[in-house]
Write a protein of this length. Structure first.
Length: 187
């Protein structure tokens, strides 16, 4: 018997004969009202990300300007004319991606690693991540985001730049992902 099987057998024995407990499933599905773009921008900013709200027509030019001369990973499916993707993950200056959905209440960006979103490694290894979120991708709450996502796809949930704290509560950034997160909200 493997350790896993032994643990599961002990759990089954411990709960044998106990009554089933009904788990309430009355989750909130819509929690925020008003301007979701404004709320999302505010919450993303709270996480120490750099946020820009730009008209959709200005986004491509702004990105080209911002990335000029930088060694950026540009995933397949991300439309960025004239900027060749940097091939080496470990020497890239950063990555530019789109996303699957943004959550206004939590300021969370979700990648499902579809076209234009890169691989998990491409979005976690470089020190800088520029993410474009279209206004129509922003939903109010986490349950709304989950309803839009395919559970069979790999999902990366991003709430600000990577950060952790040690036992003395000293904040360290960039340990588990990009140290800098810059978000363009395309309206």
């Amino acid at each position: 018997m493997s350790a896993r099987e032994e643990i599961l057998a002990r759990i089954a024995k411990a709960v044998a004969g106990t009554a089933d407990v009904e788990i309430p499933r009355d989750y909130r599905t819509q929690a925020a009202t008003g301007d979701l773009v404004e709320l999302f921008a505010e919450r993303v900013d709270d996480y120490r990300a750099v946020v820009h709200v730009l008209p959709a027509a200005e986004v491509p030019g702004w990105i080209k300007e911002r990335l000029a001369g930088r060694r950026m990973i540009v995933p397949d499916g991300f439309d960025l004319d004239g900027h060749e993707s940097w091939p080496d993950l470990h020497t890239a200056d950063g990555v530019v991606t789109g996303c699957a959905v943004g959550v206004a209440l939590t300021g969370t960006i979700v990648l499902d690693h579809g076209p234009g979103q890169g691989t998990r490694a491409q979005t976690l290894v470089p020190d800088y991540h520029l993410c474009v979120v279209r206004a129509d991708q922003i939903v109010s709450s986490v349950p709304e985001a989950v309803a839009r996502l395919d559970p069979a796809r790999p999902l990366t949930w991003i709430s600000g730049p990577s950060a952790t704290s040690d036992i003395e509560l000293n904040r360290v950034e960039g340990v588990h992902g990009p140290r800098t997160l810059e978000v363009i909200i395309s309206t």
